[in-house]
Structures are given as structure tokens and as C-alpha cells.
Ligand binder design. Structure first.
Ligand SMILES: *[C@@H]1O[C@H](CO)[C@@H](O)[C@H](O)[C@H]1NC(C)=O
Ligand SMILES: *[C@@H]1O[C@H](CO)[C@@H](O)[C@H](O)[C@H]1NC(C)=O
Length: 281
């Protein structure tokens, strides 16, 4: 649903940068000390600025590559508006866990379905209560390898109280291998998908939402063991002047800023009353 461009890019390109959803600002990292067989548990962390507008339109995600082929999986969070589906249950966000490519099977049929952005793969999605100003960790972990070498992976959302929630599970053909340790963390304004033909000067202004990503993490001994964090980022995505507010202000309506530890904050849209994206303190 979100990244129709992805499948075609994957088919035609092996360049890492080309696999990000169109125009999503990003920061890429590599986990150090890759285990001999690849990573079996990895995570990314997300914190939404409480000044963010409560509406659907953004996807904060981490895209990880597998060890033994060129396919990827994503997980991340999408805020939703008060009036979006499930709001009556007090849930105002989605947690997503998807895998792209041929040879991916649904494990949880109540949470997952057998395609990813209209192409081969599996997507799992869970309505969650997403609080701004709180940290969330999403963990992808290998939970089974069967006799044929087929791997089953669980996606788990952990809130800042340490409470885990199962997002979904899918399994991968043996040819995928484990996880490579390369990751791109990105922040997409997916409301512009399908509007590629509209000039930026005529696109509605993105509303302000900002997300701080923690450093990508690997767990060499499983989720309850010690963690390894990625070092400084190895690349950044391009920032564009992508809507009519940005064209009027002649400055990108997206911003990235890096903390001393190398973690990135990515902002979309201007703070209300501002013509510039303001980094978080
Ligand atoms: C949400 O729905 C309520 C009740 O239908 C309506 O009064 C309100 O304006 C809606 N809010 C938004 C942001 O659409
Ligand atoms: C993985 O998810 C399944 C639900 O699909 C659950 O039953 C199982 O306990 C989970 N495994 C681990 C190791 O968390």
C-alpha cells in the first residue's frame, strides 16, 4: 500500500539508495561485529516529538537487508488521526512488520497477508496505542529454523515500560539467510504516493511531524542478551523542496539532524508558524 515504487526499484537496481521509498529522508548504518551466520535479532527505536500533528500520513521505518540475497524487510510505526479506524478503541497508530520478495510465507493469518506493497512478500500490521514523547522499540527476531532451513521471524513492539506486543510473523525461504546488519532508517510522507505527476509548487503542505530514531541495535545472544549498537551513520538520503510551503520558503520541508551518538532526528513539514524545520533540543 505504501511503497508502490519499491518493487519496481528492487527489480531494476541493486543500489542501496534506490531502494528507499521515493523522496523519504533517511540515514543508513551498519551494525559492527556481524556474527558469522548473520544477525538473528535486530531492532530500531522510535520517539515522536509530542508537538507532532496527530494525523495519518507519515511512516517512520527501518529497512533491513538479509544476509544471502538482495531482499529486505521493514518495520516501523505510523501515527493515525483521532478519527482514523480503531480510534474508538483508543488506538491511534499502526505497527508494521513486512518482508519483500518471493518465498516469504504468512505465519499469522489474522495479522498478516501475502503481499507487500502490492508485490511479493508479506505484511503484518497491528493497531496500537502510539504515545508521542515515549520510546518504542521494534524487534525482529528469528524464532525457528525448520528442517529445510526455512526461518520464521517475529516482529515485536516494546513500549518504554518494557511491555512486548506481537506485531506478526512471517517465514523466509532458506535462500534469504539471516540478517546482514545494513539498515536504512527513514521517514516517509506516504500521502504523496501516487502524486508524482503534481509539481511540488502545487502539492499541499506536509504537516509537522518529527521522529527521533535511536541507533540501530543487534542482539548477538537474543533479545534478552547484551546489545551492539551501530556506529555513526554511513549515508543520508536527499532532502527535497517537496511541497508548496517549501517552494514558497525555498527550503526543504524535510530536515535531518544527528545527535552526538550518531542517532538521527528526521522532521517532515514545518513547525506551525515557522518556515524552517526546527531540530529538537
Ligand atoms: C472527528 O469526528 C468528530 C465526530 O464525527 C468531528 O466532530 C471532528 O471534527 C472530527 N475531527 C477531525 C479532525 O476530523
Ligand atoms: C513468536 O510469535 C508467535 C505468534 O505467532 C508466538 O506464539 C511465539 O511465542 C513467538 N516466539 C517468540 C520466541 O517470541
Amino acid at each position: 500500500m505504501l511503497f508502490n515504487v519499491l518493487a519496481s526499484l528492487l527489480a531494476t537496481s541493486t543500489a542501496v539508495e534506490a531502494q528507499y521509498p521515493g523522496n523519504a529522508p533517511s540515514a543508513s548504518y551498519t551494525l559492527p561485529n556481524k556474527p558469522a551466520n548473520g544477525w538473528e535479532t535486530v531492532s530500531s527505536k522510535f520517539w515522536f516529538d509530542p508537538n507532532s500533528i496527530r494525523a495519518s500520513g507519515y511512516y517512520a521505518a527501518a529497512q533491513w537487508w538479509f544476509s544471502d540475497n538482495t531482499d529486505v524487510f521493514y518495520f516501523g510505526l505510523q501515527p493515525m488521526g483521532k478519527n482514523d479506524s480503531m480510534a474508538n478503541l483508543g488506538q491511534n497508530g499502526l505497527a508494521i512488520f513486512s518482508c519483500f520478495g518471493k518465498g516469504v510465507n504468512v505465519v499469522d493469518s489474522e495479522l498478516c497477508y501475502g503481499s507487500a506493497d502490492g508485490g511479493d512478500g508479506v505484511s503484518c500490521r497491528l493497531n496500537v496505542n502510539l504515545d508521542f514523547g515515549h520510546w518504542y522499540e521494534i524487534i525482529a527476531s528469528l524464532v525457528d529454523i525448520d528442517a529445510t532451513g526455512r526461518r520464521t521471524w517475529n516482529g515485536t513492539l516494546v513500549d518504554d515500560q518494557g511491555t512486548p506486543t506481537h506485531i506478526g510473523s512471517w517465514s523466509t525461504d532458506p535462500s534469504f539467510g539471516a540478517i546482514k546488519g545494513d539498515v536504512a532508517q527513514w521517514f516517509e510522507f506516504y500521502s504523496f504516493n501516487g502524486q508524482e505527476a503534481i509539481p511540488y509548487s502545487q502539492k499541499e503542505c506536509q504537516f509537522y511531524t518529527s521522529v527521533h530514531f535511536g541507533l540501530p541495535t543487534g542482539y548477538p545472544h537474543g533479545p534478552s542478551g547484551p546489545a551492539v549498537q551501530a556506529g555513526p551513520h554511513t549515508g543520508v538520503g536527499k532532502l527535497i523542496i517537496g511541497d508548496k510551503c517549501a517552494v514558497a520558503a525555498n527550503t526543504p520541508n524535510q530536515k535531518e539532524s544527528f545527535g552526538a551518538d550518531g542517532s538521527v532526528t528526521i522532521t517532515g513539514g514545518f513547525l506551525p508558524g515557522s518556515n524552517d524545520n526546527v531540530p529538537l533540543p
